[in-house]
Design a protein. Sequence first.
Length: 297
Amino acid sequence: MPSEALDLSRLQPVLPSPLQPVEDLRFARHGVRLLLKRDDLIHPDLPGNKWRKLSPNLRAAAGRTVLTFGGAYSNHLRATAAAGRLLGFPTIGVVRGDELAGRPLNPSLARCAADGMTLHFVDRTTYRAKADPEVLAGLLSAFGECCVIPEGGSNALAAQGCTELGRELHGRVDVVAVACGTGGTLAGLAAGLAPGQRALGVPVLRGGFLGDAVRELQQEAFGGPAGSWSLDERFHFGGYARATPQLHAFADDFEQRHGLPVERLYVAKLLYALTALAEEGAFPPGTTVAAVVTGRP
């Protein structure tokens, strides 16, 4: 693989991503200043935390085939497939749900296929065991030598890549909030913040497992706890890929107020959570809060 194929800088990422103020009475009346950290503008095909988590993994892969995991609507699969197309390396997506194999591809998986990703559908029991050595050995036997990246792209390299997000906010905010799926972004963000700043994670899945996942990622990436962070688990709206009429109405209203297209699975839940927390008085007057916009609709 030519070394220039691994030069991610030729994709011209927008870094640092813009930090934009938002005038919103729901925050201002409590003395809270809201900013949007527009990571969705980093790259059109690898936006937000996908760029920050994938880029160190792709450098480590050094042009080898990348095998990774995701559901039928996985943003991570789409970003990995796009990276393969743009940088010229093969990609394999292990997709949850063998019942999907005989159906027409949904738009998300169709995009992956169009970008050259080989899709491999597995049953849900196998998918849950995807980290087991036997399952991984079977996949590597089927596809040959690959660089394996976990679901959501969250591993030690990803957490290390996300520290730059925290560093870009040094001295500019008090609290940085991010919606969380697998915990890699929060683990790195907290580690990159300056003393006195803290990170807030809003899980979009049910289950209460994310705290352990973040602690484990920080142990692997940094050798132990790093930075100040916490989770608020109340705003998953039923779980991953689920939304309620209330959440859609909130997102529609936010779009109208601020002219920002609001992605529903992550960003809408984050912004709803911050609005609720401001109303609850969770942020002392004078607090500046940055919401990380990790993706677009």
